[in-house]
Write a protein that binds this ligand. Sequence first.
Ligand code: AMP
Length: 426
Amino acid sequence: MTFDDFDFAPALSEGIFYLGFSKPTPIQEQAIPVILSGRDLIACAQTGTGKTAAYVLPLLHKIIDHRQEGLNTLILVPTRELAVQIDQQIEGLSYFTEISSIPVYGGGDGAAWDQQKRALLSGANIVIAPPGRLISHLASGQINLKHIRHVVLDEADRMLDMGFFEDIMRIMSYLPPERQTLLFSATMPPQMRKLAANLLKEPAEINIAVSVPNAGINQQAYMTHDPQKLPLLLKILKEGDFGSVIIFASTKDKVKKLEQTLRRSGIQASAFHSDLDQKEREELLLKFKHRQIPVLVGTDVLSRGIDIEGISLVVNYDVPPDPEDYVHRIGRTARGERTGTAITFINDQCRPKFQRIERLIGREIPKTPLPEGMGEAPSYTAAMTARKSNHNNNKKGGGYWKNRKKSGRKGPGTAGKSSGEAPKAS
Ligand code: AMP
């Protein structure tokens, strides 16, 4: 299949050519005809699959084809970073058309608010927004969403995780009932079904191999004790020939400390976390994109939607708390058709978490021995024995397993999101 098969408007085909997309990805092959037909859609697809263009392209075509003017498409997203990124992709694909879009998010000054309001009132055809800021504009009473024809909920599972269910429902109440609604999500937890049942009419469903990392990623792992992590990281960074690198750590304090330690060791690293304001985050990402900063250290704030080409290495300094987050983190490398490396450091305590990841992605990641001179790594069998004896000791009181159940963790092999266990990075 090629993009010509969709018979897109010529100005749109030029944009596709301009961005260098040679053929549709699987999610695009399946979603584009459904969206062009006007049906509602639930699509299970993670970032890195080309899901953004899968809905942006047919929506742009419809706007051109039906000569729709003014605001008619709303894209709701979990974060402002994702809003900006989708806007950039729309800008690229619609470059040869008259279509305009605007990301609407909080954190700016009064001028930004006014500019967003003007665009909402008269200019843009497409608005991309996290629910919070849009609600503020709606509450001001001056914005009218009555002409919206298409709504996209992108990374809907993340929006639910972030507690946006009520906000989404409120925004939807401002929209006309005759609209096309598209829901994109990496996972389909039960709350998502509830959301879909409330908002979509007889949707088509597409499921693109959830939780399978891109085959272009070379996944590796090291068993390490915590004090071995830093020397190992330094060795990898200094001896490997990596261009742009992202390092994920579990908390923002850890991220800040790592940034300082790496800098003291002569590695030009910058920290990306929730304490930075929007402008600082954007500047940092721009510098990283332009290769002025080679190493970015971040929490999971970085793991979704940051779409930067040419990241050759992702390091999980800590095992992510949720298996799905592993897939999102390592999906920052090997974007498009490139290849990349993802390395995870696993300490004794995180071994069970990593096993859940391996179960989710359906394969075991090879454990590389520590380089010589770095001491003994924790052993696989010791970790297993410790867990077994912990299990047996707790059988009567139900401690270990009971607590896991209480925390809401789902059973082995479940691809759905979990709520409890380790706190999420901020
Ligand atoms: P997404 O899954 O939307 O985050 O997209 C991941 C990356 O794939 C983005 O950098 C897109 O520009 C790129 N991409 C999307 N569609 C295609 C395509 N058909 N061919 C090559 N790259 C693509």
